[in-house]
Design a protein around this ligand. Sequence first.
Ligand SMILES: Cc1ncc(C[n+]2csc(CCOP(=O)(O)OP(=O)(O)O)c2C)c(N)n1
Ligand SMILES: [Mg+2]
Length: 410
Amino acid sequence: MTAYGPLTLHVPEPAVRPGGTPDFSNVKIPKAGAVPRPEVDVDPESIRDLAFSIIRVLNRAGEAVGPWSGLLSDEELIEGMRHMMTLRTFDARMLIAQRQGKTSFYMQHLGEEAISCAFRKALSPGDMNFPTYRQAGLLIAGGYSMVDMMCQVYSNSRDPLKGRQLPVMYSSKEHGFFTISGNLATQYVQAVGWAMASAISKDSKIAAAWIGDGSTAESDFHAALVFASTYKAPVVLNIVNNQWAISTFQGIARGGSGTFAARGLGFGIPSLRVDGNDYLAVYAVAKWAIERARRNLGPTLVEYVTYRAGAHSTSDDPSAYRPKTESDAWPLGDPIIRLKNHLIARGAWSEERHKQAEAEILDTVIAAQKEAESYGTLHAGGKPSARDMFDGVYAEMPPHLRRQRQQAGV
Ligand SMILES: Cc1ncc(C[n+]2csc(CCOP(=O)(O)OP(=O)(O)O)c2C)c(N)n1
Ligand SMILES: [Mg+2]
């Protein structure tokens, strides 16, 4: 006989389920402008509390306030907003295209546009991202061709990846966008390795690692932090906390650490949390972290607090696991509306100009889509050749593959 009862496990539960009232009272939101901005060479020990707060610039009145504000001109902010609007429009068109059977699969960014768009602006040519499927803003804001992106989604005859990757898994070395892999968290070890190689070869380029909240549970995430902190690799370690990992809420992967940013503290890595729906805050924090890496001060971990307003992918139905109105209740708002309101408050924008920009962007995206579809879609028109699947893997094709290619007659 034991004096103790039987052991049990603690399984965290989301605050609400479908049919319930959304509740984000657990998301503690500091006032915009309240979090101090340390110098980039600050002693990481002295800024541990930044892993538990949220850096915010835009307040509820649409004003930019506090020590992280004042970095971008009107023109730059308008350009940033156009990038986010373009990404959102691109997503909307590709989502419809998937429903029409023009592609098998699509993943959108709804509500998360500020993160990849603003981060891209803070990078320099030659820097390398190791992205997941939810950072296409790095390409859009980096000026990559939307036609090429769509051709990849359609797996058509102009698909730069020749039908060998899942739709949305783009790749462009020239645009600092490492080939997306569906094996999540591999991006972290690869980014840290790339950053170490940059330092070993005495280069000045830095790497950016990307991961979602759920994927931080993978051991690759933790292994990458060991290498990054030991060797002080020039890398920015980005965690996009959009509250969900498909149907699993963020409390599972976060465990007992309080915040995802707090994971970095055990490694001595400066770790910041930022409002992921605030373009200005994302840009300011990205610039801070990128400057640390560039000045050889080592890695920085950044948690972007955001919300995945859309479904995980076209294969998902979120109404099965969260209230339908949950995204409306998200307390950090919508990134495009917040930047629009700020620009209007600054006197640099208006509702009319916004409508006009929406129409122009839609025209541009539709024109790109028409052009992409002239090269084929999933079941119609041009396709990559079966011969292409043998290319680009080995510098010299091994005999067994040469034989297979011959057998296939391509
Ligand atoms: C190593 C690995 N495990 C599981 C999966 C299956 N999977 C694909 S997306 C996903 C959820 C990831 O959630 P999160 O990291 O929060 O990113 P988000 O989709 O929210 O951007 C899972 C489990 C995978 N692709 N790779
Ligand atoms: Mg997630």
